[in-house]
Design a protein around this ligand. Structure first.
Ligand SMILES: Cc1ncc(COP(=O)(O)O)c(C=O)c1O
Length: 449
């Protein structure tokens, strides 16, 4: 345990306790409660985050962190955005929840706005990304079923093609389409009928596609997998094959969607559209809300009673999500995402010239991966120490997902501190360097540094 590792991370209360006898600093009771009573699903450092403002967060000792992780792509407007705070205050005092048995004032208008953003026709609201993925998989199976057989369990089209190196969440359906073995194997047997395709490998996709496929599921930028964009060739071929075999192309935009690439959606840089888009993370600016966006051709397969959710799409979360989308539009945040993202990548490329253990910079807008030839975890720990929040995914890729409101000065501040982090961690890190072939060997590299 890392409990008493750092004096700076003990609480003010613990630090002010009179030293009657020499003993280890008292652990913050909130941390001891968490460690004793929570399921141990996350490894957390010995400090408590208490509040945030804009792109900064603070812990209970008053230490300030520049937040370049944004709650893993959730806090696109940073923390305590005044318009978000205002709408939550106003609507919480009016209605937090009714029921999906009734219309509320915000669900329809939010669905309409999402339809305008995406070019999809119909929306279903969920509470998380995983739950939206579950719904999308159910829609795909419904689509593949011959209506004449309904409700028999026989379905000609039942196979779902998912990608190697994918991540789609933690529920049973979502782990079934997630390729990483450590997330899957402990829970086997998983959903039947799922097959994995090598990401960006058109030949592999073609060899696995036939009329038994009801859907192919792609993250336009693989997030958890290390920020790997899909190639245009692969995307277009998936679209063509899905059309040819009357199956669905599903885009998981949970991490890369809703403005993070500098476009509304990652897939919008391609000529062709998916049939289903799945979103969540930043949608309600930190409140839990996900959604499935679908074409009319998909939507006509569903009818009342086939799917539902108690909490999904309540008035408070939908009002907040509408405000989020309005802020992105009114404050011209997509332009900021593109401009700050370009500055960030330029600065990172300059650092890649200085530090030879940086292998590649990938991504676009404000979803950026810095792939190292050494383990990333020590860099994340040192960044924390120096007041930066980032994380590491797939062991070797540092992941940056700053808020859309990040300023030019904050990008400069990040780059300056990040350089110090790279310099002070590199000696230890380079001594444990694996051979280049030891990780992500199967991936088609997208943007070399
Ligand atoms: C691409 C992608 N899909 C699905 C999910 C699952 O979303 P949630 O954690 O909201 O269930 C995530 C979460 O990180 C994700 O990045």
């Amino acid at each position: 345990m890392m409990r008493s590792a750092s004096k700076a991370k003990t609480t003010l209360r613990a630090a002010r306790t009179p030293a009657t006898h020499a003993r280890a600093p008292k652990l913050d009771p909130r941390i001891s409660a968490a460690e004793k009573f929570l399921l141990p699903t996350y490894k957390r450092g010995p400090f408590v985050l208490t509040h945030g403002r804009g792109c900064y967060v603070y812990d209970s000792t008053g230490k300030k962190y520049l937040d370049f992780l944004g709650g893993i792509a959730v806090n696109a407007l940073g923390h305590a955005h005044p318009r978000i705070v205002k709408v939550i205050r106003r609507e919480a005092a009016r209605a937090i929840h009714f029921s999906n048995l009734y219309h509320n004032a915000f669900q329809g208008p939010l669905a309409q706005k999402l339809s305008q953003w995406s070019g999809m026709d119909r929306v279903f609201f969920s509470n998380s990304g995983s739950e939206a993925i579950e719904g999308a998989l159910k829609l795909a199976r419904l689509y593949g079923r011959n209506p004449a057989d309904f409700p028999s369990s026989a379905a000609l089209k039942h196979r779902i093609l998912a990608m190697d190196n994918s991540f789609h969440g933690r529920t049973f359906g979502a782990v079934s389409v997630t390729s990483t073995e450590k997330y899957r194997l402990p829970f086997a047997p998983l959903l039947p009928g799922i097959e994995f395709v090598r990401f960006n490998d058109v030949d592999d996709l073609e060899s696995k596609f036939d009329n038994s496929v009801c859907a192919v599921l792609i993250e336009p930028i693989q997030g958890e997998g290390g920020i790997h964009p899909v190639t245009e060739e692969f995307w277009n071929r998936a679209r063509d094959l899905a059309t040819q075999h009357d199956s669905l192309l599903i885009a998981d935009e949970i991490q890369c969607g809703l403005g993070r690439t500098g476009r509304n959606f990652g897939y919008q840089k391609f000529r062709s559209k998916p049939d289903i888009v799945v979103i969540a993370k930043p949608l309600a600016a930190g409140l839990p809300l996900g959604a499935i966006l679908a074409s009319n051709a998909v939507a006509e397969h569903i009818s009342p009673g086939l799917h539902g959710s108690t909490f999904g799409g309540g008035p408070l979360v939908c009002a907040t999500a509408l405000e989020f989308l309005n802020i992105v539009e009114n404050s011209k945040l997509l332009e900021n995402v593109r401009a700050r993202g370009a500055e960030l990548r330029e600065g990172l490329s300059a650092l890649a010239d200085k530090f030879d253990f940086i292998r590649e910079i990938r991504g676009e807008g404000l979803i950026i991966g810095v792939e190292l030839s050494v383990e990333g975890a020590p860099f994340v720990a040192e960044a924390l120490n120096q007041g930066l929040l980032i994380n590491c995914t797939h062991d070797f890729t540092l992941r940056l997902l700053p808020p859309f409101i990040v300023t030019r000065a904050q990008v400069r501040e990040f780059l300056k501190t990040f350089e110090l982090v790279l310099a002070s961690t590199s000696k230890a890190a380079s001594s444990s360097a694996p051979k280049k072939s030891e990780h992500s060997p199967h991936l088609a590299r997208s943007a070399a540094k």
